[in-house]
Design a protein around this ligand. Structure first.
Ligand code: ATR
Length: 275
């Protein structure tokens, strides 16, 4: 029987995941469908039961359900345990629901697809201390990157996050701006710079080292103000399209065992977003 997959969230209409996964199914001759489903917070439990009862083989989870879905699952992979958030559910043949989180590793894979391992052995600055920063930090640490320094508007949240990782430190935004040239990899994980969220930059890249890699997890706009300024200073820049494609590719691989073509997908999404 034809398998089917889904993404649940609220809102969901804007999601690019259906087009991405459908394209990968077609490219890999896999007979399957992937549909967006609008699920409100109040209906999450019912939605999970329905997905399972209707034979869904797996689904992605987006805002605002990434943590709220955890009580409805049977088991969490370490990635989801560390982040206390799930973006991928895999339904095993016995019907059990396994949650994982591919966001952090998706970021690292996108970094390595673009820059190889040139950022290893370099000091890393993570800007932000929310869920996205947490996932990226754990994945970078697990893949041998670091040492990692966190900087965040609310200093205490950076301290909390740093205390959960071995070998991480914290810096105020002002200190981080002054010493930005020390970092070979700077990752912006907040919503600042996103269209329709907040204009501006969470950190000024004036002192960035030429040759450093500055990554922003935002992909709309394709080039945030931070990336544009960092590029003018000679830094290499990377937007969030790669992370988006790679987190999806890891989910696809979990479900099908097939590693899809991310390079082609990144180009396609970039074109769709006007790049
Ligand atoms: P996510 O799961 O996307 O990371 P989150 O957990 O709500 O979302 O975290 C949002 C991050 O963006 C936080 O680091 C937040 O800073 P605070 O901890 O100070 O709230 C950061 N952020 C959001 N708006 C910001 C702004 N206007 N300026 C600076 N940082 C901001």
């Amino acid at each position: 029987m034809k398998k089917w997959y889904a993404v649940i969230g609220d809102p969901i209409a804007q999601s690019m995941s259906p087009a991405m996964h459908e394209a990968w199914f077609a490219e890999n001759d896999i007979e399957a469908a992937y549909i967006p489903i609008h699920v409100t917070a109040a209906k999450l439990g019912e939605a999970v039961a329905s997905l399972k009862n209707l034979g869904c083989s797996g689904w992605n989870v987006t805002v605002p359900h990434k943590s709220a879905i955890i009580p409805y699952l049977d088991r969490l992979e370490p990635s989801a345990q560390q982040m206390n958030a799930v973006n991928t559910v895999h339904v095993l043949p016995d019907g059990s629901l396994v949650g994982s989180n591919t966001d952090g590793l998706g970021f690292v894979r996108s970094l390595e697809e673009a820059y190889g391992e040139q950022c290893k052995q370099q000091k890393v600055l993570l800007v932000g201390a929310g869920g996205a920063a947490r996932g990226i930090a754990f994945a970078l640490d697990a893949m041998g990157y670091g040492p990692i320094t966190f900087t965040n508007r609310t200093f205490e949240k950076a301290e909390q996050l740093a205390s959960d990782l071995s070998n991480a430190s914290v810096s105020s935004l002002a200190e981080a701006e002054t010493s930005l040239a020390d970092y070979g990899l700077i990752v912006q994980t907040t919503s600042v710079g996103m269209n329709f969220a907040q204009a501006g930059m969470p950190i000024n890249p004036m002192n960035v080292a030429g040759g450093a890699v500055v990554a922003d997890i935002i992909y709309n706009p394709l080039e945030t103000e931070l990336l544009a300024e960092a590029r003018k200073k000679g830094a290499h820049t990377m937007n969030g399209v790669g992370m988006f494609a790679h987190q999806g590719a890891l989910a696809f691989e979990t479900w099908t065992g097939v590693r899809p073509n991310t390079e082609k997908m990144i180009k396609k999404i970039t074109t769709t977003l006007g790049g």
